[in-house]
Write a protein that binds this ligand. Structure first.
Ligand SMILES: Cc1cc2nc3c(=O)[nH]c(=O)nc-3n(C[C@H](O)[C@H](O)[C@H](O)COP(=O)(O)OP(=O)(O)OC[C@H]3O[C@@H](n4cnc5c(N)ncnc54)[C@H](O)[C@@H]3O)c2cc1C
Length: 404
């Protein structure tokens, strides 16, 4: 990839996944000279991401959405179906985007198409250089951060954005530890084609082992995230294609007709891990370097994109005001802003997941009552939908469609 003014950047982004690419593009779009150091992913990412409306607005504002919109499917209706077979069964709940004046809650896209569009946009920004290498050391000093690359190069900048995933080296360099919990479940992911249309509707069956979620892709295709106990996930993912398709059709109550599974199955052990701080020592964490959430409720990368948009907004504002881009003010405001958003979502997902696994009757009835109220009480349902799509407390400018 081309090298453009890589010597003296104001910001270095470590990690070329979707969160890192978005942070780098946002910084460069706002006029902050940026270097992105990233490795190509070791293996293809066959997952899809349900991007909520704010994420789509941000990608649109950054000039990325027009490069991948054709490969995304709108999510206009979301159904939750209680398939626990337990005594306290909740009614089916249906959320429609038009109830809150939206055309769609968001769009579902295969990660490979999203990453490809982000990478193409990143290559075309004069203020952004890309170096394909591995970062081997990050060390903070009073007025800068030094970054050493495996290839021997050294870089310095005022701020490092750590977007280097779950095993983040940047997080360790900032002295930030995590809170972690491992669930006894694994998510199996794949894409499939089907004989019946999905009508732009995602369907989440709540089963005693976890959610089984079908999310639309363009045409008669959908992605599946099936949360199972880990032993069953291993057993099911080892089936051949026709046997697996039959199991999925059975679990989906044939709502999409005959199924054909596509190549590329993923298995992801369910973990929640959140950083105790989101920034320190001139290093700000974004994406999975800061938080890993179970794939329930499509929150993970949507949070990651809000991280990226927030740190870029703060750094751009600091540069324009002639202040230190990685100074203590930027670090502490970023930490405070992201802590509330990530923390509240991690708790909500944890409660939902635990309520499905619980055999304790009062917990099951509380979950049933919650869904019952969502079904029956329109203002509550609409408030939950609005908060899910665009959290009132943490919408950075890019998510509101405003350029930096
Ligand atoms: C089954 C499943 C389904 C999901 N579905 C959704 C969904 O519908 N909606 C949603 O919002 N989220 C979803 N998520 C979450 C989402 O996939 C993640 O949040 C997202 O992929 C994380 O992106 P990232 O850029 O933070 O990390 P990564 O994609 O892990 O990128 C990190 C990058 O950093 C690079 N790197 C690491 N170390 C170094 C180093 N030392 N030097 C240089 N580069 C380095 C790596 O090579 C990698 O490319 C799902 C997750 C799972 C498991």
């Amino acid at each position: 990839m081309p090298h453009k003014r890589a010597n003296n950047p104001a910001a270095i982004v470590v990690g070329g996944g979707p969160a890192g690419l978005t942070a780098a593009i946002s910084l460069a779009e706002g006029g902050v000279q940026t270097v992105l150091v990233g490795l190509r992913p070791a293996k293809a990412d066959n997952r899809t991401t349900a991007l909520l409306a704010g994420s789509v607005a941000a990608l649109d504002t950054l000039g990325v959405w027009s490069m991948c919109a054709d490969q995304a499917a709108p999510l206009r209706t979301m159904r939750i179906v209680d398939d626990t077979g337990r005594l306290w069964r909740a009614p089916e709940v249906k959320f429609s985007a038009d109830e809150i004046g939206l055309d769609a809650f968001g769009h579902n896209i295969e990660n490979r198409h999203l990453i490809d569009a982000l990478a193409r946009r990143a290559r075309n920004l004069p203020a952004l250089s890309i170096i394909e290498d591995e970062v081997v050391a990050v060390s903070s000093q009073a007025d800068a951060v030094a970054v050493n690359l495996k290839g021997g190069q050294s870089l310095r900048a005022q701020i490092v954005v750590g977007a280097d995933g779950r095993q983040s080296l940047c997080r360790g360099a900032a002295g930030i530890t995590t809170r972690e919990h491992r669930y006894p479940q694994t998510a199996m992911t794949l894409c499939l084609s089907h004989s019946r249309p999905h009508h732009d509707t995602s369907t989440e069956f709540h089963t005693p082992a976890g959610p089984f979620t079908l999310v639309p892709l363009p045409g008669n295709r959908s992605s599946l995230v099936w949360v199972l106990d880990s032993a069953t996930a291993d057993e099911i993912s080892a089936l051949d294609d026709p046997a697996l398709a039959a199991r999925i059709e059975q679990a989906s109550h044939s709502i999409l007709g005959k199924l054909q599974v596509e190549p590329g199955r993923g298995l992801f052990p369910l973990t929640v891990s959140t950083a105790r701080r989101f920034a320190a020592e001139r290093i700000a964490l974004v994406g999975e370097a800061a938080h890993v959430l179970p794939p329930i409720g499509a929150q993970g990368l949507n949070l990651g994109l809000r991280d990226a948009a927030t740190i870029a907004e703060l750094a751009v504002a600091a540069q324009r005001a002639g202040r230190d881009v990685g100074g203590t003010n930027v670090m502490s405001v970023y930490d405070r802003m992201r802590r509330a958003d990530v923390g509240s979502r991690a708790i909500a997902i944890d409660l939902l997941n635990r309520s499905l696994l619980s055999d304790f009757l009062p917990v099951q009835s509380a979950r049933g009552l919650g869904l019952y109220l969502l079904d029956r009480v329109g203002p509550l349902r609409r408030a939950v939908m609005r908060e899910g799509v665009a959290p009132a407390a943490s919408q950075p400018r890019l998510m509101r469609g405003e350029a930096l």
